[in-house]
Design a protein around this ligand. Sequence first.
Ligand code: PAF
Length: 285
Amino acid sequence: MQVCTSSTELRAAMKHRRAVAFVPTMGNLHAGHVSLMTQARLRGETLVASIFVNPLQFGQNEDFNSYPRTFDADCEKLRVAQVDFLFAPTERELYPEPQTYRIDLPEIQNQLEGRFRPGHFGGVATVVLKLFNIVQPQIALFGKKDYQQLMVLRNMVRQLALPVEIVGGETVRDGDGLALSSRNGFLTPPERAEAPRLHRVLLGVRDAIERGETGFPALERDAASELDANGWQTDYVAIRRQTDLQTPSPTDRPLVVLAASRLGIPRLIDNLEVSTEGRGALADS
Ligand code: PAF
């Protein structure tokens, strides 16, 4: 694996490479990232990963400074996953001047995660567009755990006619159901023991919908109450349409249940698609 810290170096190294599959990350890699690399390895002749903790997508009171940075361990995992090139720019390299030209997203940026993290999706979209311009991949892979991010990026690529296929990778979970996340490392042992409740609550909502329950607001309220009664501070449990993440009518399908809740300091997010006969809107293409 060749590590490139500048766009010029990466472009020169990749000059004759074709069929590029790309997995952008913020590092602190876990099995969820590795599963994306494995899928990408099968899809592209050349596999590029990036590690960049993007300041544009963190709010002022968020965890940019304390976000885990584990570069050497990450490199080892990427080598094992047979990544060809790692793009690991410094902040100065990616943002040599203030990034005043940014992607302006539609109203979805203010809903769900966006309601609690103003400006987050604009920061994500801007850095991903910039990374796409530098790496010029044909395929890019993102985890479904960040469901709204995946939808926002799919829409950006479609509306701006970017020549990149966006592929969603399934969420990887620990044995007890907790979705893998770089932020899980901040959980204390008692919080770690409690954390799988988030997945269990989502399973309960999903099962209720699959049994035919249509009182979505009550299902959302009960799920949030169960979390809060067990020491969580819930931002939302929301049943939404998979296609556009808007509030569904009782007969709309396919659906997804999304949640964000704080357990102590870490804020965890998770989601589950509700099964229908058809494939989910964000299923792999
Ligand atoms: O999902 C992430 O790790 C980040 O949001 C991404 C897509 C790498 C952009 O910084």
